[in-house]
Design a binder for this molecule. Sequence first.
Ligand SMILES: [Zn+2]
Ligand SMILES: [Zn+2]
Length: 136
Amino acid sequence: MKNTIYAVVIAVCIVGAVVVFVVGRRGSSGVGAIADSEMVWVKCTRCNQGYEMGLRQYYKESQEKLQASPSGMMMAPPLTCQQCGKDGIVRAHKCENEKCGEIFRAGSVPNDFEDRCPKCKHSATEAKRKASLGQQ
Ligand SMILES: [Zn+2]
Ligand SMILES: [Zn+2]
């Protein structure tokens, strides 16, 4: 009887691991896989205001802007700002440093992580990498 229970527990663990793997993989491909709740920080280069918008919405608007722009453009032009109505919205990051909280344009610091804060020099990517290195 004990062996049966162990077998069931192991089977459940394996199924759980497979489900996590499959769901994790699916989450990383294509715009359609982006959850409605997924948010992205953006910043307006015209009025300097930053705010959060849905990642799906961001991709959708980028796509529309790209289609409306002259052919041959690889990068989507800036999106229309909800605050000032001008085309100045670019992808941004909000500094994870609690004492800072700066909203800055992605890639503000050249040749560095795109989420490096120009104000306090914190980078979420770098912090994550350091944390994962520390675990090994
Ligand atoms: Zn604006
Ligand atoms: Zn900062």
